[in-house]
Design a binder for this molecule. Structure first.
Ligand SMILES: *Cc1c(COP(=O)(O)O)cnc(C)c1O
Length: 384
């Protein structure tokens, strides 16, 4: 059947019809009053979503560009930084730091395990000369479905006093409580195709006053991603360069939807869907890749012993038009990942789990009682 695709991947995520319709409109000029008033509302709502009074800046980049901007605007060549690496994205921030000639020290954990906050504590406590200028953390590590203990790592950064905390919140913002001001997060980066419920193309960076102090002396080269330019423009409800105006109109729509749903409800919905998905996978006797205590609310990674994950994915696509994500690097064909981020309802989880049961059966997997996964999800969703 045509036009029935269901995206259950961790980005791009599904887009609500109101946002699709907004995207279909004629572009408007970005130096007009109409655009400025929209930009003003979008900026206010971005601050609401980030729970901050800090600047929240919008760039024409994917999530990687937002994190890169968050790194290069506040550091100088040779600066020592600590980067957490327990998956594909953590690995990427190590590469970005190295590409820009930073002195990168890496704190690793095995893929599928959370970073150990005490390792950050030890290294930061030993840095009496305050040489460490930044700590870079991937909050929700999308490649493995692990959420890292941002609050604990951040408390070590705060005890250090000098280093900035730079957070890749690409799959946690809009799914999990990322309280920017309460935690004192200096730089928080995210991307439009994840929790924001619009297509790819916009990146967001929130910047604290402390980070702006570091900006004044930071010497890494920058031009298009110079956040100072965006700060000046945003204060005047405009943008330094031509923005993807249609995406911003769509964002205006989805931020309105998010405000009506409310942060608490949004976080509770992601938590509930994570719990239902995990309960279903356990009932199907499929091992979960991330531990219960450190499972991302946005994405569930599932191991498939004795089976090929990519066969499951391609049959899910062919039979049910449901797109699941695969494993990356050494996890290729070993895991599949179910995205439950953004515009995803409980109904989508039930559809996905029941379709998966059909697919597992058709592939000859016998280690489950048909209906067991759905029953487990139903139990999570049944509130009385
Ligand atoms: C999607 C994602 C990004 C950004 O990836 P892009 O392809 O550049 O948008 C960064 N970090 C995490 C954790 C992600 O899930």
């Amino acid at each position: 059947m045509e036009n029935k695709l269901m995206l259950m991947i961790p980005g791009p995520t599904p887009v609500p019809e109101a946002a699709l319709l907004a995207l279909a409109k004629h572009p408007i000029g970005h130096r007009t009053g109409e655009f400025s008033s929209m930009m003003g509302e979008v900026t206010e709502n971005l601050k609401w979503l980030h729970q901050t009074t800090n600047d929240v800046l919008m760039l024409n980049v994917s999530g990687t560009g937002a994190v890169e901007a968050g790194i290069i605007n506040f550091l100088s060549p040779g600066d020592r930084i600590l980067v957490g690496n327990n998956g594909k994205f953590g690995e990427r921030w190590v590469e970005v730091g190295e590409a820009f000639g930073l002195n990168v020290e890496v704190v690793t954990a095995e893929w599928g395990k959370p970073l150990d906050p005490s390792k950050f504590g030890e290294i930061l406590a030993a840095d009496s000369k305050k040489e460490i200028k930044a700590v870079v953390i991937t909050h929700s590590e999308t490649s493995t479905g692990v959420i890292n203990d941002l609050a604990a790592i951040n408390s070590h950064v705060k005890a250090h006093g000098e280093a900035l905390i730079i957070v890749d919140a690409v799959t946690s913002l809009g799914a999990y409580n990322v309280a920017v001001d309460e935690l004192g997060l200096d730089i928080v980066a995210s991307g439009s195709q994840k929790g924001y419920m619009i297509p790819p193309g916009l990146g967001f960076v929130s910047v604290s006053a402390k980070a702006w102090e570091a900006y004044k002396t930071a010497k890494l080269p920058k031009f298009y991603l110079d956040l100072g330019k965006y700060r000046k423009s945003t204060a005047k409800n405009t943008t330094p360069f031509t923005p993807p105006v249609n995406l911003i109109v769509a964002l205006h729509t989805t931020l309105g939807m998010m405000k009506r749903e409310g942060l608490e409800s949004i976080f509770a919905r992601h938590e509930r869907q994570k719990n239902a998905t995990r309960a279903a996978m356990k009932a199907l006797n499929l091992p979960l890749f991330a531990p219960d205590e450190w499972a991302s609310p946005a994405i569930t990674a599932v191991s498939v012993p004795g089976m090929e994950a990519d066969k499951i994915r391609s049959l899910m696509k062919k039979r049910f038009d449901i797109a699941l994500a695969g494993g990356q690097d050494h996890l290729t064909n070993k895991i599949f990942r179910i995205g439950h981020l953004g515009f995803v309802s409980d109904r989508d989880i039930l559809s996905c789990v029941s379709a998966l049961e059909v697919v597992l059966g058709e592939l000859g997997y016998e280690n489950f009682i048909p209906g067991a996964g759905v029953a487990a999800a139903v139990k999570v969703f049944t509130t009385i």
